[in-house]
Design a protein around this ligand. Structure first.
Ligand SMILES: Nc1ncnc2c1ncn2[C@@H]1O[C@H](COP(=O)(O)OP(=O)(O)OP(=O)(O)O)[C@@H](O)[C@H]1O
Ligand SMILES: [Mg+2]
Length: 224
């Protein structure tokens, strides 16, 4: 049996005011598995992704990425694991304004010391998200949906083991969203990455192998 890319065991996140965000979460993702997570606004989907990516600390439970317990790492260790093994599409994109589009996409490679292959890796991904030939532009001239697609390209450029995508089609029209979802599927098939994709979109959910709903009591099978 291949070991899971991601294991969440008894995860709990309690806010400073005592509010339990998402009950207790357990989840295992195998290589190549694509899970979509639905859930009401404010239930804690982005917080859950942050916990999985080591950007937020749970009060209880364990996050294991390729068998590595995040709690056994210090902050530098978590940063390195995130840099090398995770691709994150943030809900607010976090595209760096002073870099060009291709430099934004290539950032994970540059941080890994792979500058030599940065541009040649970034340009085809910009093409794949419909921004071919625009790598030299600055983010300030882009629409919201275009910025979102730069963020998606950046999340897959270093072939991460785990892709965490927070409403990655939220700003896209249906045809462009379909293209992005097909790209995610292709990445999963080619690299064996697992994807945890938060969405309100039925189209995105229909692309996944498994659809779950995050509720105040934890993850439940979604009826779609
Ligand atoms: N560190 C924190 N301190 C206080 N409150 C927090 C903290 N982190 C998250 N929250 C609160 O937790 C709740 C869940 O936030 P989160 O962003 O995870 O929701 P969400 O499910 O992603 O919602 P949406 O669908 O609107 O993006 C919000 O009410 C938020 O204010
Ligand atoms: Mg959110």
């Amino acid at each position: 049996m291949t070991s899971p890319v991601l294991s969440l065991e008894g995860l709990r996140r309690v806010l400073p005011n005592g509010r339990e965000l998402f009950g207790t979460v357990d989840l295992t993702l195998a290589p190549g598995e694509f899970v979509a997570i639905l859930g009401e606004s404010g239930v804690g989907k982005s917080t859950l992704l942050n916990v999985v990516g080591g950007l937020d600390i749970p009060q209880q439970g364990r996050v294991l990425i390729e068998g590595q317990d995040l709690a056994a790492l210090d902050e530098d260790g978590r940063t390195l694991l995130r840099r090398d093994r995770i691709g994150f599409v943030f809900q607010a994109f976090h595209i760096l304004p002073h870099l060009t589009l291709w430099q934004n996409v290539a950032l994970p490679l540059v941080l890994q010391g792979r500058s030599g292959e940065a541009r040649s890796s970034a340009e085809p991904l910009l093409e794949a998200v419909g921004l071919g030939g625009r790598g030299g532009e600055r983010p300030s001239v882009l629409s919201g949906g275009e910025l979102q697609r730069v963020a998606i390209a950046r999340a897959i450029v270093h072939r991460p083991a785990l892709i965490l995508a927070d409403e990655p089609t939220g700003n896209l029209d249906p045809a462009t969203a379909e293209g992005v979802l097909a790209l995610f599927r292709r990445v999963v098939a080619e690299t064996g990455a697992a994807i945890m994709l938060v969405t309100h979109s039925r189209l995105a959910a229909a692309t996944a192998d498994r659809v779950l709903t995050l509720t105040p009591k934890g993850l439940a099978d979604a009826i779609v």
